[in-house]
Design a protein around this ligand. Structure first.
Ligand code: ATR
Length: 282
């Protein structure tokens, strides 16, 4: 019989996922049996995959595009953060029932806490953030910023309607604008977060950073390439660039702990494994 301690990342398609590198490193590090594998599950088969988890050789796993919303609908129980986001990225089996949570916001916050300690303590300024993009990732980040006590969140998007919908969902602390209208004249955030795909496959950047205060933290959640055009500009302007790899690493921590009962660490050794895989380190 297969080892019971199996875990997975499921999506459709799933070939790009780097999560196995992370979890298999931690399994080895802690001398645990089991393995974490990619599992391609078609949308029409996803519900059955979740329903049959109890009693299978899987103890849990991660869920990625396009299954996060379906997972929210079909798990038996959800943690409050998954309820707020209406999306699940981590599932586990407990007493024959499937539980779901969402660790994206946790990963976002933990990475910043790690890379820029005190990033959220802006004594002289209002706690204001500028979030670029209005998709699923943006949703998790806005929720996390609100949980951290941010008083003003500007959501800038190419399609204004999606930003307006998010701002309405999250309430009076949020304001929506068109991304092309973003400038230092309209907002003075202590952090700018890019959740759009701009810069991933081209030399573009979603906004120009000239004029923003030099102590602004600039975080791109894209990590291919690691140094996106936006982060390069932030560095040139003496701002505080934070790459997206850390969020990927940190969002994996709570899942591993739920499945295997040990809270793993995000170390430089692990970061180097991922950097090597991304071709950023020889
Ligand atoms: P995710 O769930 O990863 O956030 P998504 O829901 O596809 O992905 O959202 C992608 C985000 O990138 C959106 O905010 C999208 O803007 P629109 O809502 O206007 O589509 C943004 N985006 C993608 N390509 C873009 C581009 N070329 N210029 C500006 N924004 C772009």
């Amino acid at each position: 019989m297969a080892d019971k301690n199996q875990t997975f990342v499921t999506g459709w398609p799933i070939t790009h996922s780097r999560s196995p590198l992370i979890h298999n490193h931690w399994l080895e590090k802690h001398g645990l049996s089991g393995s974490y594998d990619r599992l391609a599950v078609k949308p029409e088969e996803f519900q059955r995959h979740i329903d049959t988890l109890p009693g299978s050789h899987f103890i849990g796993g991660n869920v990625t595009i396009p299954h996060k919303e379906t997972a929210y609908d079909c798990v038996d129980h959800k943690e409050p953060v998954a309820e707020r986001l209406q999306a699940v990225n981590t599932v586990w089996v407990e007493q024959g029932q499937v539980w779901g949570t969402n660790t994206d916001g946790y990963g976002f916050l933990a990475n910043l806490d790690d890379q820029v300690p005190g990033w959220d303590k802006t004594s002289a300024r209002k706690k204001a953030a500028l979030v670029l993009g209005a998709g699923g990732a943006s949703r998790a980040i806005i929720d996390a910023l609100i949980q951290r006590g941010f008083e003003e969140i500007i959501i800038a998007n190419r399609t204004l309607g999606r930003a307006v919908a998010l701002a309405e969902h999250f309430g009076s602390k949020c304001r929506a604008i068109e991304i092309e209208k973003v400038s230092s004249a309209t907002t003075n955030p202590s952090i700018i977060i890019n959740t759009t795909a701009v810069g991933m496959n081209d030399d573009d950047q979603p906004v120009q950073l000239d004029g923003f205060s030099s102590d602004t933290v600039v975080n791109d959640i894209v990590y291919t390439p690691l140094w996106t055009p936006l982060l390069k500009q932030a560095k040139l302007l003496g701002m505080k660039p934070v790459d997206g790899l850390g969020m990927l690493l940190h969002q994996a921590v709570p899942g591993f702990e739920k499945w295997y009962g040990i809270r793993p660490e995000v170390t430089q050794e692990l970061r180097d494994i991922l950097l090597r895989d991304l071709g950023e380190l020889s």
